[in-house]
Design a protein around this ligand. Sequence first.
Ligand code: NAD
Length: 471
Amino acid sequence: MRKIDTIYINGRFVQPHGTEVAPLFNPTTEEQIGTVRLGNERDVDDAVSAAKAAFAGLAQSSKTDRVAMLHGLHEAVSARAGDLTDAMREEYGAPASFIGFSVPHAATAFLHMAETLKSYQFRRRIGHADVEMRPAGIAAAITPWNSNYGFICSKLATAIAAGTTIVIKPSEMSAIQTQLITECLHAAGLPDGVFNIVNGYGHVAGAALSAHRDIAKISFTGSTATGRAIFQAASMTMKRVTLELGGKSPTIILHDADLDLVIPQVLAAGFANSGQACIAGTRILAPASRLDEINERLTAAVSAIKVGDTRDPTVGVGPMVSQKQWDRVQSYIHLGQQEGAEMIVGGEGRPEGLGRGWFVRPTVFSRVNNDMRIAREEIFGPVLCVIPYRDEVHAVEIANDTVYGLQAYVFSADVDRAKRVAEQIEAGRVVINGAPHEPLAPFGGFKQSGMGREFGEYGLESFLEPRAVLS
Ligand code: NAD
């Protein structure tokens, strides 16, 4: 049983003033594996004070100093890749494919930001003005449970590159992973107060940060509903906000697509991170003329996916993170049937042979109408909708008929054709034929998928504020 009873303020692990204790679980076994003592408003105040005291030093540091810090953080995180992997598997149950991406992604976030920083021009001359990009002020990051290390590291990397100190409030459900990544970051030996990490409930520590008068910038990743609450609280002091929120991403299979190649990639996008991914391609847009063929292939491929304990590297779908999330996914599988969609594979309850653990059956609904709730709402589990379309114009219309706009996927044998379709999609990222992640390109959502962008120069500028001096 792990007992996490410290938070990280001013370069030290300290006991929080908060006394509330939350249980931590292994979702594969449903067993309680630990407890976390949570910080409160006073702890947030202490963390902000530490960040405030360290701000001037970091804001005045040189590019070379910041690049050195980022390299140090990369080394410190890489050094414990094995422990990080084990903790993520135990506390979260992510499949090997996602852990394999997440841990190196968390470490390399520092290198990518160092690369961006090296070439970034903080000063430029515009007409008769000297324009300087200055640190926006003390930042806060609020992060979700579905990729704890990655979000903490990429937000911290960006803050340091911008010369901004930061207070991070990770998800209270990932405290074992948070403890481990904090130990890694501490080992990098950065000046005290540059980063501070406070475990706490969203409505307590998260809300206190969102309303704190000394915080100038909030970088949030999580649900659209929470994003709205943060945006509202932040508006009182005009905080700059970056909001990375939910999605209901379309996957457009064009008529000419080679299904042998495409179906595995469609499912990789749909079931990424056991379906608990903001970028999951959960609405599969299929040409009506090929619907039967696509349904058949999806049914066969999904039936072959192994669900279970992700210590087995052949497992494709792991457990949901919590009982609450399991119940939520079940309710949507039930709803899909009530709404009259055709369930071609999967269903309610646990997969056969799995008596415990928050496992769900990977489920696909076909002949879904885009007005159904299963096609409109983010389910955050391995549940996909197949929506038939008549022609390309209709496909684009359905793809854009959503309040979200985070990511989209287009599959075609003809890349130019796929690009023409991609240009019409209202989403922050469109991935053609399973192209790999580009860590320096902007990431973020249109519409209710968020505000602002992360990664590379776009991400860096979101932590900066321009000042023009005219002479
Ligand atoms: P969540 O919104 O419930 O929680 C995210 C964080 O916000 C947690 O740290 C939580 O404690 C905190 N929080 C909750 N209420 C708060 C409040 N009132 N004020 C301040 N902070 C508060 O999200 P989650 O369930 O942890 O994660 C899943 C959601 O995150 C999904 O909707 C998913 O799409 C989204 N997500 C988006 C991205 C992206 O990059 N766009 C990435 C991953 C996850």
